[in-house]
Design a protein around this ligand. Sequence first.
Ligand code: NAG
Ligand code: NAG
Ligand code: NAG
Ligand code: NAG
Ligand code: NAG
Ligand code: CA
Length: 527
Amino acid sequence: MLHLVALLLHCLPLAMGQYDICKSWVTTDDGPSWEFYACQPKAMRMKDYVTVRVDPAGITCGDPPERFCTHENPYLCSDECDASNPDLAHPPKLMFDSEDEGLATYWQSVTWRRYPEPLLANITLSWNKSIELTDDIVITFEYGRPTIMMLEKSLDNGRTWHPYQYYADDCMEAFSMPARRVRDLSTTSANRVLCTEEYSRWAGSKKEKTVRFEVRDRFAIFAGPDLKNMDNLYTRLESAKGLKDFFTVTDLRMRLLRPALGGTYVQRENLYKYFYAVSNIEVTGRCKCNLHANLCTFKEGSLQCECEHNTTGQDCGKCKKNFRSRSWRAGSYLPLPNGSPNACAAPGSAYGNCECYGHSNRCSYIDFLNVVTCVSCKHNTRGQHCQHCRLGFYRNSSAELDDENVCIECNCNQIGSMHDRCNETGYCECKEGATGPKCDDCLPNYYWRQGCFPNVCDDELLLCQNGGTCYQNQRCICPVGFKGVLCQQSRCEADKKDCDGAPSTHSSLSTILLGVLALHLRGWVDL
Ligand SMILES: *[C@@H]1O[C@H](CO)[C@@H](O)[C@H](O)[C@H]1NC(C)=O
Ligand SMILES: *[C@@H]1O[C@H](CO)[C@@H](O)[C@H](O)[C@H]1NC(C)=O
Ligand SMILES: *[C@@H]1O[C@H](CO)[C@@H](O)[C@H](O)[C@H]1NC(C)=O
Ligand SMILES: *[C@@H]1O[C@H](CO)[C@@H](O)[C@H](O)[C@H]1NC(C)=O
Ligand SMILES: *[C@@H]1O[C@H](CO)[C@@H](O)[C@H](O)[C@H]1NC(C)=O
Ligand SMILES: [Ca+2]
């Protein structure tokens, strides 16, 4: 029978909203203990933690000062951008400030004075932390939205980039893609990268200011129009491959490819009205903590999960030291409503001190040795604690003991080496004449031919004699009349009968005839 306290605490996670507590103290028949749940931090305004970079250099207006005008007032070009004057400057940070006074503050680019050369700008946002988007990305443009732009994302702190969404007033012309709307996607295409024309057409710069990346519309495919059925979304996030990752980013990049044109063609005589101006970039999301943390704090310039469940790392992506008797796993939203914590195994459970560095999740007690040992070590490890490398592998010196890459295959050359074991630095043991870490090279004065063999001839010590030439260190090609490994032997000495130098006076007619016949045959064969 459960005590009332337990019942009350059980209801707590639901009352407070889903997945926002990691553990609670419950009392059962066996006495009080902790109960653990899958948990995640609250969604936050991510623009407060971002670093921004605008490319190329010199794309921000005001250096030197420049005049510009608007599509609404194209012949009154009295506005000025001046980087040296705080009142007239438009630096990138104005895309992330809070506009308390209600007055729009914005980053602004130089004008399109170099037309027809394209006016290109990249705005790159970096968090140095995996973020899970929970609401739409909303980019607000003053003075008109770009006619062509692209949104890209990175999942690895900017090392690789992937298209996220394409935006154009004519998708076919700009990207050779048909125009689609997120609202028309289905459960199987919810993570499709598409081109939309919804945010690029001219509708007056005051009326339509925002460009969106629609996270809510994609969630709604599973959770219904008002996101009422979040359980269904969470179930899908666990089961549909790639769906969670689709909403995860470490960096975002807006590639602005063509500015607003005011609904007509580019007017070359007035290029001061073409530029980009962004007043706000709203990114709402939560730290990705693999369902092992409900807090995420800003420390030393970076977001960091406050990991529970005896996990650690920026994303709670591994088990704490001494809690590695089981492989690390992310928490799961399932089963509903509390999910599974998939906590790292704590000491005190069955074989508390069985450390396997994450290479095994099973320990066994060996009676006659009185030791607990890891069973079926993975990642090419072996040993009581999976702390050694299997034969034919060596220790990766730049990897921790709990790294999946801790053991590297020796890769000894099968022919050149004695066996496929190697020493701690990856060196194989070579047969005679072979060398190199993997024994796939030959020592000087050896040549490679299914193994290393000593040179028969070379240009220094083992010289072919009597005008013979050395062929690939393997043999001497001897001139007519000589033979032997180094052509050191005259055929005359070896076989007095067909000695070229001194033709025999006793040669009979038949030998001559045979010779002629031989020449004829050779000629015939050559033909
Ligand atoms: C913008 O970033 C892309 C890569 O994502 C790069 O190819 C392009 O050259 C950049 N453009 C500018 C103007 O820096
Ligand atoms: C990124 O975050 C990691 C982990 O918090 C930190 O060690 C590193 O210094 C950060 N890098 C930058 C460029 O801020
Ligand atoms: C984590 O380890 C602590 C001991 O340091 C233990 O009290 C706690 O129950 C463990 N948590 C989980 C989820 O295993
Ligand atoms: C050694 O380990 C590091 C860290 O995990 C990894 O990046 C590297 O690829 C490993 N080296 C090899 C040869 O596997
Ligand atoms: C491994 O073998 C190589 C070549 O024989 C040698 O230079 C190296 O010192 C050896 N490393 C160790 C750790 O024994
Ligand atoms: Ca602003």
